[in-house]
Design a protein around this ligand. Structure first.
Ligand SMILES: Nc1nc2c(ncn2[C@@H]2O[C@H](COP(=O)(O)OP(=O)(O)O)[C@@H](O)[C@H]2O)c(=O)[nH]1
Ligand SMILES: [Mg+2]
Length: 200
C-alpha cells in the first residue's frame, strides 16, 4: 500500500522489521543509519513510551533514488517485540509494503520466534491481509553466537512456504545490507506488478 504522489512523481514505501524482543531489529536500523550517514543522511528517530497506549518504534527514512520513474523513499520501522506491546505492533503494521522478520538464533529464543511469527500473522489478519500477500524476508540473525541453532531448524520452524532468507550478525553489520536489498527488491517487484495491473 505504497503512497503514490503522481504530481511530484514520488513513492513512499513502508518496511517493518518484526520479530521477538532483542532479536536485533533496532541493531539493523542502527547499522543502516551509520552506513548512510556519510551519503544522504536520514534521521533515525526513536520513540519510546512506558505504556502500550502510544507508539514505540524506531524509524529510518532511506532515499533510494528513482524506481519506475518515481523518486522512491523507504521508511523503515521496527516494532517493540515484547508480547505486552501488541497494540503498538498493530498500529505500526498498518499500510506495510514489506516485512523483514528478524529471528534470533539463540536456542532459548526458538519458541519466541514462533510466537512472534504467529503474532505477525494474526495482526495482519485483523486488517484482512494475508502474510503470503506481502513481500517478506526472513533474517536469521545472531549467527555469531557459539550455540546458535542451525539454519535448518529455523527454516523448519518458520519457513515452510519458502520465503527468501538471509543470515546475519547484525551486531557486526554482516547481512544487514543484503537483507535490506532483498526486501527492497521484493517490494519494487510488487510495485511493478501493481503498475502493470493499473495500465492493463
Ligand atoms: N551476538 C549478537 N548480538 C546481537 C546481534 N544483533 C543484535 N545483538 C544484540 O542483541 C541485543 C538486542 O538488540 P536490539 O537490536 O536492541 O533488539 P530488538 O529488541 O530486536 O530491537 C543488543 O544487545 C544487541 O547488541 C547479533 O547478530 N549477534
Ligand atoms: Mg528495538
Amino acid at each position: 500500500m505504497a503512497f503514490l504522489n503522481c504530481a511530484t512523481r514520488e513513492i513512499d514505501c513502508k518496511i517493518v522489521y518484526y520479530g521477538p524482543g532483542f532479536s536485533g531489529k533496532t541493531t539493523n536500523l542502527e547499522v543502516l543509519h551509520a552506513r548512510q550517514a556519510t551519503r544522504r543522511p536520514g534521521q533515525l528517530t526513536r520513540l519510546a513510551t512506558t505504556g502500550d497506549q502510544t507508539l514505540y518504534f524506531d524509524l529510518l527514512p532511506l532515499d533510494l533514488g528513482e524506481v519506475l520513474g518515481y523518486r522512491t523513499r523507504f521508511h523503515l520501522y521496527t516494532v517493540p517485540g515484547q508480547p505486552r506491546y501488541n497494540a503498538s505492533r498493530k498500529i505500526i503494521l498498518q499500510g506495510v509494503d514489506g516485512i523483514v522478520f528478524v529471528a534470533d538464533s539463540h536456542p532459548a529464543q526458538l519458541f519466541w520466534n514462533r510466537v512472534s511469527f504467529e503474532n505477525l500473522r494474526a495482526n495482519l489478519a485483523l486488517t484482512c491481509r494475508r502474510l503470503e500477500s506481502i513481500p517478506l524476508v526472513l533474517q536469521y540473525n545472531k549467527r555469531d553466537l557459539p550455540g546458535a541453532v542451525s539454519v535448518g531448524q529455523l527454516e523448519q520452524l518458520l519457513n515452510t512456504p519458502g520465503w527468501p532468507t538471509r543470515t546475519a550478525s547484525a551486531v557486526s553489520g554482516a547481512g544487514v545490507v543484503e537483507t535490506l536489498k532483498t526486501i527492497v527488491t521484493a517490494v519494487v517487484m510488487e510495485l511493478g506488478e501493481t503498475e502493470k495491473e493499473i495500465v492493463r
